[in-house]
Ligand binder design. Structure first.
Ligand SMILES: [Zn+2]
Length: 247
């Protein structure tokens, strides 16, 4: 592909945003055994990705209309697994600079040479989908991002896409094809959708170190029943199903 000789403000800001930051927006998590997640690990991997993607959203201050979206990917490069985070950047009403969280994640994952994205998380407030006009329980990648994800060699039908409300009272799991189907034909049968009356406790903040740097164990055990009996159970079943297909 030929490089353009002139670069727009959009390109310049995308370039700057792709630079590594001290917030570990790109991090290698393990050097071994990344070809597949173990049955128990998959739910943990998704949980930690959601927590970290939500953390990253807190530093996203780059939407002129306070519409903050973050995305996070568990990506695989050979035998290594890594995590890549991004958020949306839109500085004013024009589309001169309009970088979606998924854009940054795809760009960074590709810059760092990842081969594929296993899990993609997207967290943001819900709004009507501009392309389809549909309202969904969680914010799905928009029409433009759906196209970009479809074109990306990092995304396949194996990629698990997890979308969540910022307070985690709604979480949806699907493949890109399942999400496309909702917006093209209003068929949401492929989407695994969970809603909770309140933020599941498993997402509550971890205890912070005191002035001596000690972390006190929480007074109460974190109750992860909400998570384990819903998303956790689904992920376990999905993994087992995949293993059956392989053998
Ligand atoms: Zn988008």
């Amino acid at each position: 592909m030929a490089h353009e000789t002139t670069s727009s403000a959009h390109d310049n800001i995308l370039e700057i945003s792709r630079q590594p930051r001290p917030l570990w927006d790109v991090e290698y998590l393990s050097a071994t055994g990344a070809f597949d997640f173990s049955r128990l690990q998959l739910a943990d991997v998704v949980l930690s990705l959601l927590v970290q993607t939500a953390e990253f959203r807190k530093i996203a201050k780059s939407s002129y209309r306070n519409f903050h979206v973050s995305a996070g990917a568990m990506a695989i490069k050979g035998a290594r697994i890594g995590r890549v985070l991004g958020y949306n950047i839109k500085l004013d009403e024009t589309d001169l600079v309009n970088i979606h969280a998924e854009d940054l994640v795809l760009a960074k994952a590709s810059d760092y040479g990842f081969d594929k994205i296993s899990v993609l998380a997207v967290i943001g407030p819900t709004q009507e989908d501009h392309a389809s006009g549909r309202h969904t329980p969680t914010l799905h990648p928009c029409g433009r991002c759906r196209e970009r994800l479809r074109e990306s060699p990092l995304i396949s039908d194996d990629t698990l896409i997890v979308t969540a409300k910022p307070d985690f009272t709604a979480i949806e799991l699907a493949t890109l094809g399942d999400i496309e189907k909702v917006h093209e034909t209003n068929d949401s049968s492929g989407i695994e959708s969970y809603s909770f009356g309140a933020t599941p406790q498993v997402f509550s903040p971890l205890p912070q170190p005191d002035e001596h740097g000690h972390i006190r164990p929480s007074e109460h055990e974190v109750d992860d029943t909400d998570w384990q009996s819903t998303v956790g159970r689904f992920l376990t079943a999905r993994y087992v199903e995949k293993m059956h297909h392989k053998t």
